[in-house]
Ligand binder design. Sequence first.
Ligand code: SF4
Ligand code: SF4
Length: 421
Amino acid sequence: MIDKKWETCVKCGLCRSVCPVFREEKKEQYVARGHITLVEEFLKGNIDFSSKKAKEYLGKCLLCTACVEACPNKAETDLAMIFARIKNTQEYGIPFYKRILSLVMKNRKTMDLSAKTVNLLHNILFVQHLETPRESISPRIGSKLIERKRLLLPVVGETFLERYPSHIEGKNGRIAVFPGCGVNYAYREIGDAFIRICKKLNIEVLIPKEQACCGGPLYFSGLIDTPVKLAKKNIDLFNALDVDFVVVIDPTCASTMKFEYERLFSYIEDGEYLEKAKRFSGLVISSEKYLHDHTPLKELLRKTEIKERTVTYHDPCHLGRAQKVKQEPRALLSAISGVKFVEMKDADTCCGNAGSFSVDFRETSLKIGLKKAESIMETDADTVATGCCGCIMQVAEALHIKGRDDIKVKHTLEIIDEALK
Ligand code: SF4
Ligand code: SF4
């Protein structure tokens, strides 16, 4: 059963002014008001989602929730879109590549195996670019899914979960860490930075090896069964630990586990796991908020110094808007001597990545990304900090296309780690 929390929409159209997709497409069907109309007509039985066009309307939303934040009537427009995608998937299935992804993401072993295979084939499959705003790879041969020259995340040989023991001693608090797949398999250096920061702060860290993918990418595509299995696994695993917090490095995973698990169990009417998901939600916290609110890191950073640099900050949607963590990364970065912090225009506007959106709607995704690059360039910053693997990949590519390989793209944790060294 779905609680239709989008029904408060009065079709005022205010959401059009904040929607990054509408700004590019200028078509009603690509904005929250249009999405809600689509769902209403579907529920009345006036349309089905079988046509190619309908599928495009359902896919062309970043789920950035800018419309939810802007809506004067608190319509949960993102829920309408997720509901429509679930219905569409139940009725007509999902694209082949998402089916494969779903199979791979079902358990840790298949994910590890796939990552290791890709890592082994790196030199055959990819060209390595080192002088881009971030170390990236690009495919040697283009395909319908991923064009040649597209900058992607490199895949590591040794994952974050393999690299560290399941228990690191410490005296100041006790946390469990959930890196997220982007950090575990690709930008592991961000996880390395987080562990070094925890060691410096003498925090006891648990790294449960059995943790599963959060299931977010599948759930946001409209799948239910696999995300439910993954959610149950994570909830049971982490709820059983005696920890202060489950600290999540990737904001999409944090937001999925903190908010979407409850929606998921409400939807399938599983009261037992809904209660468990609520308890789990209270434990989940982003790495930036944890370090800012629950450790003396800010004071420590005031005594540190790094080579002078100008830093601007891009808010990942799942960190800034979903978790309301906006001020914390800025405060931590600004505390470092040597960092001159400058705000960019529209810092909290989505970068246009949104996972499979950047594959399915490459052109629109890129246009949104290039606008973000322009906002960064206007600040004259030499470094852009952010908090999400998808944003890092997107922003790095957009800056590269603009010819600005000199502007480096870093995770907030990496800059903090550098200062503490
Ligand atoms: S979703 Fe909110 S902002 Fe958008 S048309 Fe409906 S009421 Fe207006
Ligand atoms: S979630 Fe973002 S992309 Fe989707 S309709 Fe709302 S503002 Fe537009």
